[in-house]
Structure formats: C-alpha cells, structure tokens
Design a binder for this molecule. Sequence first.
Ligand code: PLP
Length: 430
Amino acid sequence: MTSRNQQLFEKSQKFIPGGVNSPVRAFRSVGGTPIFFKRGLGSKLWDEDGKEYTDYIGSWGPMILGHAHPEVIKTVQEVAVNSLSFGAPTARELDMAEMVSKLVPSMEQLRLVSSGTEATMSAIRVARGFTGRSKIVKFEGCYHGHADALLVKAGSGLLTFGTPSSAGVPSEVAAHTLTLNYNDIPGLETLFKEIGNEIACVIVEPIAGNMNLITPSKGFLEALREQCTKHGAVLIFDEVMTGFRVALGGAQALYNVKPDLTTLGKVIGGGLPVGAFGGRADIMQCLAPVGPVYQAGTLSGNPVAVAAGMKTLELIQAPGFHEKLTASAKRLVDGLSHAAKEAGILFSAQSVGGMFGLYFSEKVPTSFDEVMQSDKEAFNRFFHAMLDAGFYLAPSAFEAGFISAAHSDADIDATIAAAKKVFSEMKARK
Ligand SMILES: *Cc1c(COP(=O)(O)O)cnc(C)c1O
C-alpha cells in the first residue's frame, strides 16, 4: 500500500513543477519522497501519514520558538479579525521598525518587505543608487535569494565576469556580479586594488548557512569592512538566516563588525512572510519617495505578518533565551560528534547560536570547496536512517540545521541515541 505522502507527491507533480514550491523541498539531493506535513507543535511535526518527527529544519529558520507557539498564534488570531491588509501605514509597522533598530543598531532606518529575496534585491538596488556604481561582489556558496543578479557563479578568474547559475538570467546581468571565495582575504584585497572604485557593494552571509554551515575565519569580516570603507563601497550583511538566531543582534553583534546595510528575513516573521532591509540613514534616504531609488510592495508591513514577527522578537528577548538556544545546539553537535567518534565514522560538527552544521569529513570545512569534498553518500545514508527513526534533518549535505527553544534536552538526547545506532550500522555495512 502506498502512503498518503507518496500519493500526494505523485499528484503534486502534475500540478506543481517537481511537486514543490521551492526546490530544496524535493529531496533531489538525498533521493526519496518528500514529507508532506500536517501539523507541528513545539519541536515536533506530524506528517500526512500520522508519523511523528523531531524537527531540525524549523521551516529553514523562522520557527525559533518552535511550532505553533501559543502566544504567537493568539496574537495572529487577535490581529487578523481587524483585517488582513490595508496597503497603508499602521502603528505596528513603526513599532516593528523601532524594535528592529534597537536590536540591530546599525539599522538606523529600515523598510519591511515580504521575503529575504526582496530584502537582498532591494538592498543591492539602493547600494547601487547610492554609489552610482554597477558592480557587486558576492561569495561562492553564499545564497542571497533568487534575484537575477545573485544567481551567478564565478567566472574563470578573479576579474572575469560571473556567469549565470540559472537559465533565464541574462549574461549581461550576471556580468556585473563578481564572485570570490569565502574567507579569501588576499583575493578580496586584489579585487579591490584592481577595480575598487567600480564596486557598488559587497554582499555576504556573515556566517554562511547555505553551503552547510561555514563560519568566517579570523579577520575576514574585518577585511570586508576595511576594503569597503577604503573604496567607498557599501557593505551588506545578509542576515536573513543569522539575524536573531546566532545572537539577538545577529552575526554583526557576535563578531562586532558593523555593516552599512543589513538584510533580514526568516525569524523576523516568526513563520509568516516578513523581510527587512536597512542600515545607514544616508543610504536609506535614497529610497522613494524621498530619494530616486524605487522600491515598493503591496503587502509590505502586512499587519498579521508583522504581528507574528513582533511577538516572536518580543519572546526571544527573554533573559537567557540565546544562551539556552546556544547550549542546546552545542549539546546536539557535541553528542553527535562523540557518537560518531565512538563508532569510527569520519564526522565533524559545529554550532553557532541556534544554527548547526554536520559534516561527513574529518575537519570542519572553511570554504565551499572544502564542504563539497565531504562524503555526500554517507550523509544521505545518515539522513534517511534518521528520517526513518523520526528525526527530520535538512535533506541535503549542504544545508545548515536549526534548533528551536522548544527542543528539550530529552529531544536532543533521543536524537543522539538514534544517531549512535545509525553510525554503528553505517560502520558495520562498510
Ligand atoms: C533564505 C535566505 C534568503 C532568501 O530568503 P527568502 O525568504 O527565501 O526569499 C536570502 N539570504 C539568506 C542568507 C537566506 O538564508
């Protein structure tokens, strides 16, 4: 008998390309049938067949409080009865902007949008408008949403133009995007020395979470700050994933490096569609209606989405919230590392705040090239065995993991115990 999951997936492929509304959900990297979820509560999820899972994706980051947090749900219900949208200013948007600016002080002014993609796309436009320059710099393995200018991979050399990483992106658009290696300070310095006065902005994930988890090496973020300041380029920290998750003030608070612009998404909406971009007031004043850079959104600052986000941001300011989240993630990665070592499996892991990375490699990777060398087959075996046992990890060796405040020590210890069994089975089969 085929499961309801399987039936749904088969039918979905008829009406939705690949059966999914975002490609990573399709399990292409690990194989098998994606799980269709019906319900979530705290750290747990239930699929269409009624199977229970402990969730380590958290909707790819937003669910930092766990699923269906009673206070967030109550707020959404209360606000929804007063209309779902006005397309006009509301007091709540002001409260949200003020709160975000207080939590992330480099964001003197900000605009709310409805996704991370919109936030990065808009930040790049305002950086170009402010500087009057066209070229942008990004890093291999960083993901900044799916705007044309950002779906670009490196050319053959440092100064060669980027090439589109997706069909449908004109090469003329990609030509303005230069791609460097993450953590490559000499490469960065060389590029700026050659064409620093043509660069509008550098956009970076201050902790990379879209090529598994890669942390910035010592001095990398400082070097970005120094080169951008020296050459009049705008430094954009894409904190869509790290914002409010690695620390209350994001990666910029953790590493004490101040960007000119910051982009936010995921946690800021608490599970509803909210993004934001903001930073130096002199740059943000370039936006219409005060300045010449156009940017807009029918549902920007949506009252229900903003209410969910605000309540989430309010709750994560509880004393000790991030300390506990950090300790939970560390308990998980330490336990998994220990279990793998005991079983004799080549494995490493690390965590920052409520994000973690698991690697089937001897050492924690520091670049895209290194992460690509990890044992993908071993990951896929681990992923499927854990899924069968009721632990929902990201379906790719190249995605970070997420933990929520709802994950108890018992949840984590059960995960480690399951992994221990899987590791020894993997070893036995070798
Ligand atoms: C998820 C993500 C985005 C894109 O956000 P969407 O809301 O999916 O459009 C951009 N940048 C980073 C760093 C992300 O992790």
